[in-house]
Design a protein around this ligand. Structure first.
Ligand SMILES: [Zn+2]
Length: 269
């Protein structure tokens, strides 16, 4: 009975940098982790980025039905090496690079029937329904766009534009952005950050508090009354991090629960 119940469960992977990996390293996630690893054998990529762990074959085998697929660009000051190409000098460049990632997801959807971008409840129902009675070939992996680090939003009133393009979640921070401090790169929620949260609430965009400092977390919850999640965060009491605020305190977990929030945990890394 338990097995039958587990077999019916669909996994939501709340944070995957698919487009960033595809455009930076040429990883083809429409194949499998095995094929990506074979393609990268003898290259520098595994040392730079770790071994590929995911791909279409693994998502289907593991019943990963919904993925929050990120739009992620980093500031030049945090560039990791010559290979790290998707870095921006300013908001205009961040805007362009994030659009390139969004277009990558649209191409995945166009070119491969497995993938479907989820923009509304009907899309979500179509994806989850495809796992119920259909033969395995009919199963769909839904992609929901999550912007990690809000620098690609050139001004707060541009949130509407990104919503029209399909973005349904925004994490204002990664490292520090123009809107918010971030991991290892502190700062306050700025005036622009407060305006960003207002525009997000007006569009119904979910707030992702991942990477926010304790101070940013409190400020954001105060200024935002919509749905709040932590897409990728572990427990501070169990984590041993150089940047402890990257993980959630017990108090923060209680506050997320009180807002009906959810947490995407990182079981292996
Ligand atoms: Zn992150």
């Amino acid at each position: 009975m338990l097995v039958a119940t587990i077999a019916a469960v669909l996994i939501v992977d709340a944070h995957e940098d698919i487009a960033w990996n595809a455009l930076t390293f040429g990883r083809d996630y429409t194949t499998s982790a095995r094929q990506i690893r074979a393609a990268e054998a003898g290259t520098e990529t595994p040392a730079q980025n770790g071994m590929a762990c995911l791909g279409r074959a693994e998502w289907l085998a593991g019943r990963v039905g919904v993925i929050l697929a990120t739009l992620f660009v980093s500031p030049q000051r945090h560039r990791l090496g010559a290979w790290d190409q998707l870095c921006h000098h300013d908001a205009t460049e961040a805007y362009r690079l994030a659009h390139a990632q969004l277009n990558h997801y649209l191409r995945m959807e166009d070119e491969h029937p497995t993938f479907r971008v989820i923009r509304n409840r009907a899309d979500l129902d179509a994806v989850t329904g495809s796992w119920e009675a259909q033969p395995p070939a009919q199963r769909r992996v839904g992609l929901v766009f999550l912007m990690e680090g809000a620098d690609p939003i050139r001004a707060p009133d541009e949130v509407q534009h990104w919503h029209e393009r399909g973005v349904r979640l925004i994490g204002p921070a990664w490292r520090r952005t123009r809107y918010c401090g971030g991991t290892g790169d502190p700062g306050a929620l700025t005036c622009a950050g407060e305006a960003l949260l207002e525009h997000m609430a007006a569009c119904g965009i979910i707030l992702d508090v991942s990477h926010m400092s304790d101070r940013n977390f409190e400020q954001a919850l105060e200024h935002y009354d919509g749905i709040v999640i932590a897409s990728h965060a572990n427990l501070r009491c169990a984590a041993d991090l150089n940047t402890p605020e990257r993980a959630l305190s017990d108090d923060q977990i209680r506050k997320l629960a009180a807002r009906d929030g959810v947490i995407g945990v990182i079981p292996y890394n």
